[in-house]
Design a protein. Structure first.
Length: 133
């Protein structure tokens, strides 16, 4: 099994030019704590976390709508190739110190995101226990 088989698609991404209000709304709508920021070609340039939004807004003393994602952008985005064997994902997450990874293709374009939850679902038994009442 490959990473592409367990990742969540499509990845919710933002542009460094998006307002922090737009990014926060995306986080709310999709129940996310972090969103990759991508360039015009769809390649990751960093990520924005809910904490980075809070701290950036606090330091700037401005409204979310008046700040851009680039102002809260964290560099060093944890990324893996979509053909990485899924069995190596937990190791990659541990090495990066992250509970999620951006998944990219051969061109470095974001194709999905893989989280600890995705790994748990992929390793769950195919049959589910049926509850009766």
């Amino acid at each position: 099994m490959k990473t592409r088989d367990v990742m969540t698609t499509p990845a919710q991404c933002c542009s460094p030019n998006d307002s922090l209000e737009q990014v926060a709304e995306m986080m709310w709508d999709y129940e996310l704590h972090a969103i990759p920021a991508v360039d015009a070609r769809g390649r990751p340039v960093g990520w924005v976390t809910d904490r980075a939004i809070c701290m950036t807004t606090l330091r700037a003393g401005a409204r979310l709508a008046d700040l851009e994602a680039r102002q809260a952008l964290l560099l060093g985005i944890p990324a893996v190739h979509q053909d990485l064997p899924a069995g190596r994902l937990a190791e990659a997450m541990t090495r990066c110190g992250s509970e999620w990874l951006v998944v990219v293709d051969d061109a470095g374009v974001v194709t999905g995101v893989v989280t600890v939850g995705d790994l748990a679902r992929a390793s769950a038994p195919a049959s589910r226990m049926r509850l009766t009442g």
